[in-house]
Design a binder for this molecule. Structure first.
Ligand SMILES: *[C@@H]1O[C@H](CO)[C@@H](O)[C@H](O)[C@H]1NC(C)=O
Ligand SMILES: *[C@@H]1O[C@H](CO)[C@@H](O)[C@H](O)[C@H]1NC(C)=O
Ligand SMILES: *[C@@H]1O[C@H](CO)[C@@H](O)[C@H](O)[C@H]1NC(C)=O
Ligand SMILES: *[C@@H]1O[C@H](CO)[C@@H](O)[C@H](O)[C@H]1NC(C)=O
Length: 491
């Protein structure tokens, strides 16, 4: 009896000690305020239920910076959009650790000399490389557009066809992205084809948040199976032999080989790159879906596109067969730009997280100073800013022309980055945006398209932390090729 009491007392004491060591926190001088939360879970439950709502209500109560606790992880959240640059530039806020965590926990590899590799490889998705990649991408898109309008017997058809919107996008956009990255290779090789990769990725992504937080993949048999499919790739030597392999992959593969990394490491890295590109696929879904849902938006964008095509046609010589666009011309389309930004605003789930390397005096843009504690995480959560009614009037409404010649303000001061959909460090941001714009432009130009009756969906907030949220469910569309269209090409 005595022994039991002693054991119990020890157990209680240990729990209390653990609680004070890992969970409880006393706010030190000059640290950001701490919102009240559950003694055990912290703010985890409210946060995972509806992060935007939780952060907005906390912001109202205690200000633009505060430290929340997600079970045993303390995280300082900064919600002032004007402090974004300072946040990104702070050297003690480190991204390397986070990136290692994702690479290691999700894709089971480690990148040797990661900083150098990412910096150098980043160059291959900009400038002249970007143009080369876009030219390939637009050709693949033309091919896949042709494929999805063929009847089952392979003939061209002008009839309406019905398909799921994600499925349509996977056969067109995703396949084109995939071939642009990996090249086409040998058609008889059944491994590693866009549709099977798409399906496996789709399954695998369901577990992404659990995996990167460190749960072993073995707990999720479906994820294991999908990952096996994804790892069934051509060898690096086979890929390097492809003439049409992207410059990014050529560079990164050679870099990794020079650093004696294994084939499995290279495969893991290829998957990370594909994972990043998957955001373009998700963005395309929301761009099209929102247009199909809002007749006025669809007509507004189509008007801009038809007009620019009409002007281009008028300038063409008789023997020109393609309508050619330059990057500048794409960028100058204001409605298209607005549609993409507005889509990013409503569908982004990105969480910009860094590890705090040292106790850091962080000065907010308004001059207030706070100490952010070593070992914590620090984060900005763009979706909360994207839904801030002070910055965006009626933030829950989709307005396709919201960004046309518009400026946005918070505390009476212009917000420099009103849409922060891709992490600050994403080197391929421009590439992803241009690809999305091109996909929208060509599908609006090439197809008549509508949602089938009664179809609707919304972003799935269970995936918070993903750059672009997937839809809660697939929707059916009807589409057919428009008459008298020419091929669109990228200069
Ligand atoms: C890779 O391995 C080769 C041969 O084992 C060695 O000479 C070279 O120094 C290694 N390179 C790196 C970057 O570790
Ligand atoms: C914040 O810190 C900076 C640099 O340490 C200092 O110059 C500034 O006066 C401080 N501001 C406030 C409001 O304490
Ligand atoms: C749309 O977003 C991009 C960044 O992705 C930005 O450069 C551009 O200025 C934004 N457009 C408007 C009109 O705000
Ligand atoms: C694809 O390109 C061909 C010319 O190579 C053109 O005739 C066709 O209309 C294009 N298809 C689409 C859907 O853009």
């Amino acid at each position: 009896m005595v022994a039991l009491t002693v054991y119990l007392a020890i157990a209680v004491a240990l729990c209390v000690a653990a609680y004070f060591k890992f969970l409880f926190r006393k706010r030190r001088e000059n640290e950001p305020p701490i919102p009240t939360g559950h003694w055990f879970w912290g703010n985890g439950e409210e946060f995972s239920k509806n992060a935007v709502k939780f952060l907005h209500s906390t912001q109202k109560k205690i200000g633009d910076i505060f430290t929340i606790r997600l079970f045993n992880q303390h995280m300082t959240v900064i919600l002032d959009p004007h402090s974004y640059e300072k946040f990104v530039k702070e050297r003690n806020f480190d991204f390397d650790k986070i990136q290692k965590q994702v690479n290691h926990n999700v894709f089971s590899f480690e990148l040797v000399n990661a900083r150098k590799m990412l910096k150098e490889a980043g160059k291959t998705v900009r400038g002249p490389y970007l143009n080369k990649g876009m030219a390939q991408f637009s050709n693949y898109l033309n091919e896949t557009f042709t494929e999805v309008t063929q009847s089952s017997t392979g003939e061209h058809t002008d009839e309406w066809k019905t398909a799921g919107l994600r499925s349509f996008n996977s056969q067109t956009l995703f396949a084109s992205l995939f071939y642009t990255i990996f090249g086409k290779g040998d058609a008889s090789d059944a491994r590693f084809k866009p549709l099977s990769v798409y399906k496996n990725f789709d399954t695998f992504h369901k577990y992404f948040n659990f995996l990167w937080l460190g749960m072993p993949v073995k707990l999720f048999p479906k994820a294991v199976k999908a990952l096996e499919g994804l790892c069934n790739q051509p060898t690096s030597a086979e890929l390097l032999q492809r003439d049409d392999l992207s410059e990014y992959l050529r560079f990164s593969t050679n870099f990794m080989l020079e650093h004696n990394q294994t084939e499995q490491d290279i495969i893991g890295h290829n998957l990370v790159y594909l994972h990043v590109n998957y955001n373009t696929f998700r963005l395309a879904f929301w761009s099209l879906y929102k247009l199909l849902e809002n007749r006025e938006a669809l007509e507004g964008l189509r008007k801009e596109i038809d007009e620019v095509v009409r002007c281009k046609r008028a300038e063409m010589d008789d023997d020109d067969e393609e309508i050619v666009f330059s990057m500048e011309e794409i960028d100058s389309l204001k409605v298209l730009d607005s549609v993409v930004n507005e889509t990013l605003r409503v569908s982004s789930g990105v969480f910009v997280v860094r590890s705090v390397l040292e106790d850091t005096e962080f000065q907010m843009e308004n001059g207030q100073n706070f100490t952010v504690r070593k070992g914590d995480k620090v984060a900005m959560y763009p979706p909360a800013m994207h839904k801030d009614p002070e910055i965006f009037e009626n933030p829950d409404e989709y307005k396709y022309d919201r960004f046309v010649d518009a400026k946005f303000y918070k505390y009476g001061k212009e917000v420099k980055n009103p849409v922060m959909a891709f992490g600050a460090l994403c080197p391929g941001k421009k590439y992803a945006i241009v690809q999305s714009k091109w996909f929208l432009l060509s599908s609006m130009y090439s197809f008549d398209m509508e949602l089938c009756d009664g179809e609707s969906t919304q972003p799935d907030i269970n995936y918070y932390g993903h750059e672009i949220l997937p839809p809660t469910k697939e929707v059916q569309i009807r589409y057919k090729l428009r008459q008298n269209i020419e091929k669109l090409s990228f200069l």
